[in-house]
Ligand binder design. Structure first.
Ligand code: ADP
Ligand code: MG
Length: 243
């Protein structure tokens, strides 16, 4: 059974349909890269499946339990958030909190984990992303790449079953992009299940188990990286890859 199956998500903003029935199946250990031009609905899709946005229809089956993405209870939303992590394009760290506090906050206040235990866990995940020497730094004292690695540590700290990344490197210059991608490659190697909206073709090609190409609110093509890049089927995919 798939870890996560999303069926037929639709979403309107006013009278504009930005998701027109998007479906996706994710197995444990999958790294799914979602590609597509700006405005194709990638962010909205990730936000709908984590309840940051309310879908107009669609169902998600997570660990065998079915969730109605349009009408889930608070309890169901909390359940899903506990099983998932989210990494945003602009890191979304608390500016007035240290690196350590940014990572422990969701553990101590969100999950009622005792402070000592939360700190141990935070140090462990910060070490994993190469940020254990920066516990007392504030986000403004860090590069964008370092901030994003802290954000990844924050997502990891809650021991999620899947992490969603929304263009995690698009605000970074090439060198900082490389250090964040390196962390993501390592997570993939460790077996973390990930859905990654990205424009990094080398990541999609080399790290993904599955590539999904979206355009205008629909999945145009879904395949293995080898098929996607070497043998694209849809004319829209060919056009996208030629860019
Ligand atoms: N909060 C919003 N209100 C109105 N329109 C939105 C909102 N968020 C996104 N959109 C529109 O929905 C479409 C898809 O956006 P988005 O999901 O951000 O695409 P992508 O992440 O692929 O660039 C775009 O046309 C965008 O302008
Ligand atoms: Mg986006």
């Amino acid at each position: 059974m798939a870890l996560l199956e999303i069926k037929d998500v639709s979403k309107y903003f006013d009278d504009k349909e930005v998701l027109k029935g998007v479906s996706l199946k994710v197995e444990k250990g999958d790294v799914v890269s979602i590609l597509g031009a700006s405005g194709s609905g990638k962010t909205t899709f990730l936000r709908c499946i984590n309840y940051l946005e309310n879908a107009d229809s669609g169902v998600m089956v997570f660990d065998g339990k079915e969730y109605d993405l349009k009408a889930s209870s608070r309890k169901e939303m909390t359940e899903i958030r506990k099983k998932t992590g989210f990494v945003f394009q602009n890191y979304n760290l608390f500016a007035n909190k240290t690196v350590l506090e940014n990572v422990t906050l969701g553990l101590t206040s969100g999950r009622k984990i005792p402070a000592g235990m939360a700190k141990d866990r935070a140090v462990k995940v910060l070490d994993k992303v190469g940020m254990a020497d920066y516990l007392d730094y504030y986000p403004s004292q860090l590069s964008g790449g370092q901030q994003q690695r802290v954000a990844i540590a924050r997502a990891l700290a809650t021991d999620p079953e899947v992490i969603y990344f929304d263009e995690p490197t698009s605000a970074l210059d090439p060198q900082l992009t490389a250090e964040v991608l390196q962390v993501m490659r390592q997570l993939a190697k460790d077996g973390m299940t990930m859905i990654v909206v990205t424009h990094e073709m080398s990541f999609a090609k080399e790290v993904s188990t599955k590539v999904v190409f979206m355009a205008d609110g629909v999945v145009v093509e879904e395949s293995t990286p080898a098929d996607f890049f070497n043998n694209p089927q849809d004319p829209k995919t060919r056009e996208f890859l030629a860019l």
